[in-house]
Design a protein around this ligand. Structure first.
Ligand code: SIN
Length: 473
């Protein structure tokens, strides 16, 4: 039997901070939690720690948008139905009802905060598109296909305007600190780089919010950035929190297939070891692009009533079956029918990225293959974001609130971050716990360390081969 370590090996903390609330992670979930907590807990000292720079999480890579029932002909009930169908019967219906009912108000708040969404004359001014599994147009977007970047910009601007929030960047979270009664009492961190802190330190706090994102980097090919290594789930496991549904990894059907490069980290500098593949948004299929094989044969014909807009798991599995049957490692997304002006207006990021790889979507089908995209499971929480460890919360991709079931509905992820961040803040406002002094972080320290980079590459290959899109019982 393998016994999981309960703490990482680390030197004694050389610096210390105290806060009321410490939030780990700076994607939409972490940023929104900080902003809501500052509003809900007057005078609360909030510390945000993040593993790289503030803007280097997964949120900036989100293309498609945020799903919410904003159109006059749409309703939270319709959104609920589509979410449950995509989740293959394994969603928590009450959690989904919260998501779809509270979602529209959270999206409007984000627009009021300054996020500049694409507009037209319908749906209260929001231009709405469709993605896989949605029976209505309900996906809000920004900059055509740069929704995450704009959302992140608006949230960071709001956070920077609040002098009451302290931010520590380049801080890898190590372990949860627990008090003698088993309540969360802070975290240990390893800060790499310049600033007011360096090396291993301890932050004591009355509540800890995990918003560390996903774990796509566990796979050889992923749309996730290099920081998405499952740190929050690992911390929660070591702390004895319940984690659930980890097998429900979502594979995005259309990552740009970069022959033999192992991915890159565009639009930043190329990083051939990260395995990050550029995303080609499902919204392209929402606007009419079609999946085809090398001979132009339709991949999704006759497979599902929604064809190319079937839920993601259905599309990724069909693509993998076709690829295996034809002995090929990629298929094609034919977006030529959209025309040059639509491609440039609606999908400027994707068009530019494809062109940089030598593929012009205006005149050529785009080579694509499925890649690990989203962890539908994670650290178990209730409907207020509370984990099974008192004082420890989880929000966004690291959490398993039950809204995604076995397969997340497209563009429900940014929405989940917004909705549950607000609910966590509401719960924090009911009264912050006062943990007893945390146990000495050195006492009982484990000997486990971070995975060797060589082992990481083997692990990623093994996960792709053994826990990829098509699985046996
Ligand atoms: C996409 O734009 O296809 C991705 C959106 C999502 O992951 O929900």
């Amino acid at each position: 039997m393998t016994v999981l370590p309960c703490q990482l090996g680390a030197p004694r903390p050389g610096w210390a901070r105290d806060a009321d609330i410490v939030v780990i992670g700076s994607g939409i979930a972490g940023l929104a939690t900080v902003l809501h907590a500052r509003a809900a807990v007057p005078g609360g000292r909030v510390l945000l720690v993040t593993k790289a720079r503030l803007d280097e999480g997964s949120t900036r890579w989100a293309q498609g948008g945020i799903a919410a029932a904003l159109a006059p002909e749409d309703s939270p009930d319709d959104h609920l139905t589509d979410t449950l169908v995509a989740g293959v019967g394994l969603c928590d219906v009450d959690a989904v009802r919260i998501l779809v009912t509270e979602g529209p108000a959270r999206v409007r708040e984000l627009a009021d905060l300054g996020a500049s969404f694409d507009r037209d004359d319908s749906a209260g001014g929001f231009a709405l598109t469709r993605e896989g599994g949605h029976l209505r147009n309900r996906v809000v977007h920004a900059g055509g296909d740069a929704t995450g970047l704009e959302v992140e910009r608006a949230l960071i601007a709001a956070l920077r305007a609040d002098p009451g929030v302290e931010v520590i960047e380049h801080a890898l979270v190590l372990d949860l600190l627990l008090d003698a009664d088993g309540n969360a009492a802070g975290v240990t961190l390893h800060v790499l780089g310049e600033g007011t802190t360096d090396g291993v330190g301890a932050v004591t706090a009355r509540a800890v919010v995990l918003a560390t994102g996903g774990m796509g980097q566990v796979f050889a090919s992923t749309t996730n950035p290099p920081v998405s290594t499952g740190d929050g789930v690992a911390l929660a496991l070591r702390a004895g929190a319940i984690v659930t549904d980890l097998e429900f990894v979502q594979f995005h059907p259309t990552a740009l297939w970069l022959a033999g490069t192992g991915g890159d980290a565009a639009p930043g500098p190329s990083d051939p070891v990260s395995g990050q593949q550029p995303l080609v948004s499902e919204a392209m299929r929402g606007e009419g692009a079609r999946l085809v094989d090398a001979t132009g044969g339709a991949v999704m014909a006759g497979v599902h009533p929604l064809a190319d807009l079937a839920p993601r798991d259905v599309v990724a599995k069909q693509m993998s079956r076709v690829m295996a049957a034809q002995g090929v490692d990629h298929l094609y997304l034919d977006a030529r029918g959209l025309g040059r002006s639509t491609l440039l207006r609606r999908f400027p990021t994707i068009t530019a990225r494809c062109r940089a790889a030598g593929v012009d979507p205006v005149s050529m089908p785009i080579p694509v293959a499925p890649a690990a995209h989203y962890a539908s499971g994670g650290v178990w929480t209730d409907s207020w974001g509370r984990t099974s460890v008192p004082g420890l919360y989880a929000c966004g991709e690291v959490a398993c609130t039950g809204v995604h079931g076995a397969n997340r509905l497209a563009s429900n992820s940014l929405l989940e971050g917004l909705v549950f961040a607000a609910r966590i803040a509401t719960d924090l406002a009911r009264g912050l716990p006062t943990p007893a002094r945390p146990a000495d972080p050195v006492v009982g320290r484990g000997s486990a360390g971070l995975a060797d980079p060589v082992a990481r590459a083997d692990l990623a290959r093994a996960m792709a081969a053994g826990a990829g899109v098509l699985r046996s019982a």
